[in-house]
Structure formats: structure tokens, C-alpha cells
Design a protein around this ligand. Sequence first.
Ligand SMILES: Nc1ncnc2c1ncn2[C@@H]1O[C@H](COP(=O)(O)OP(=O)(O)O)[C@@H](O)[C@H]1O
Ligand SMILES: [Mg+2]
Length: 238
Amino acid sequence: MTTPLLEMRNIRAGYGIIDVLHGVDLVLEPGSVLALLGPNGAGKSTTLAVASGQIQPSGGQLLIAGREVNGAKPDALARAGVCLVPEGRGVFPNLTVAENIRMMTFSGTSYGEVADKAYELFPRLGERRRQLAGTLSGGEQQMLAMARAMATDPALLMLDELSMGLAPIIVEELYSQVAKLAEGGLSILIVEQFAQTVLGVADRAAIMLHGRITRTGPPSEIAEELTAAYLGIDSGGH
Ligand SMILES: Nc1ncnc2c1ncn2[C@@H]1O[C@H](COP(=O)(O)OP(=O)(O)O)[C@@H](O)[C@H]1O
Ligand SMILES: [Mg+2]
């Protein structure tokens, strides 16, 4: 057994007095892709907020590479290689593509290095390097958000609703890049509401409902369960 890169054991968390996560167990093996699926409000983004240190769990254990990191601040987890692309894309609309990428050079790497990597990953960004990020298409903005994340050379990349509001063909393009990153050995946790494309690149998948993981398994098995989950049917049967 390898040590999971990310592990949550019975994690509880919420906002103030409102509990959202009621004991979440999650395991992400190194070099694998885990898809976390579930309807709006299930607690998926809250799970990522805990994993990136933005929200402190009120119970349970958060482990990165086998080390308990409860209480660690976001910058400490970022230094440990945890990188989150938040819901709604993390780009600066009034800066150009190149400027958005240049901002990610604080960690000692040169702009040239970071930019080469970004444009190799997404050639379309290279063609548009002088364009304001806010004028890019939704798909291109998501590419830029991913390129910015990859500039930090993460060990764990977390993507929150990559496909939101995008045409299916663009989503496929984005996920083919995700698959390439995974082939390169990156560990990836992907949150989505709707499943089809993400299940194609995932090694494992989990369903979250009402702040709990209700099912974990191979993507093919999870695909069958999803319809029930979305229709609000108890998959245990009636
Ligand atoms: N900043 C916040 N303050 C209070 N409640 C929140 C906040 N963010 C999310 N919630 C609540 O937490 C629950 C889970 O939200 P979230 O983790 O965003 O779900 P998902 O990402 O699965 O759609 C929802 O009921 C939501 O209203
Ligand atoms: Mg969310």
C-alpha cells in the first residue's frame, strides 16, 4: 500500500455554527485522478476549501502525504504542493494572458520557464498572450487558470467545476489536458456536478450528498449510481 497523497478521515467542517461536512472520508493515491461528484450544495467546494487550508476542520484528520496538517494555513499547504483552481476561474480579467502567467513567477522560476510550460500545455494561450484575460472565451480562461496553477509545480491539483458553463467540446479539450497531466504523474482531485467527461479521465470516483461521501468506486460503477443521486433517489433502494 502506498501512502495517499491526500486523505481525509471523518472530516467535519462548516461555516460558523453551520455544519456542512458531516464526517468526510476521502483517499487520493499519488499519481491518480479522483473525481468528486455531487449536486449543488453537497459540500464539494467546502471539501476543497478544507484540503487547501482555507477552512479549518472542526473534527477529523486532514493528511497530506501521510502527515497530519490540521490547522495548516493555505500558504503552508501551497508550499507543500497543494494547488486549487477555484470555482469560477482564478484569472485577472484586466491583465493580459502573459501578465497573468508572469504573476506566477514569485517562487524563483523565471517568466520564460513558466510561460514556455503554459504555452506548451495550452498552445492557444501562446497565440493570445497579449490579449486581456477578460476577453478570452470561457474555455480559454479555464485553460489560463490551469496554466497558472501548473506554474506552481503542484503535487496535488484540485479543480473545482472546470466544466461550468462551457460547451461540451471545450470541456473535452480541457479534460484531455487533464489526462495528459495525470499521465505525467500529477495527482488530481476534480470536483464536478455532471459526470460524463470527468469519469473518462478518473481512476476513482466518489459521490457526495449532503456533506457525506455516499459511494466510492471505479468510474464505471459510479456512473450508474449518478442518475439516482441526481434524482434524489436513495441508491440503497426502497
Ligand atoms: N461562505 C459560506 N457561508 C455559509 N454557508 C456556506 C458558505 N459557502 C457554502 N455554504 C453552504 O455550504 C453548503 C455546501 O456548499 P458547497 O461546499 O459550496 O457545495 P457544492 O460545492 O457541492 O455546491 C451549502 O449549503 C452552502 O449554502
Ligand atoms: Mg461548489
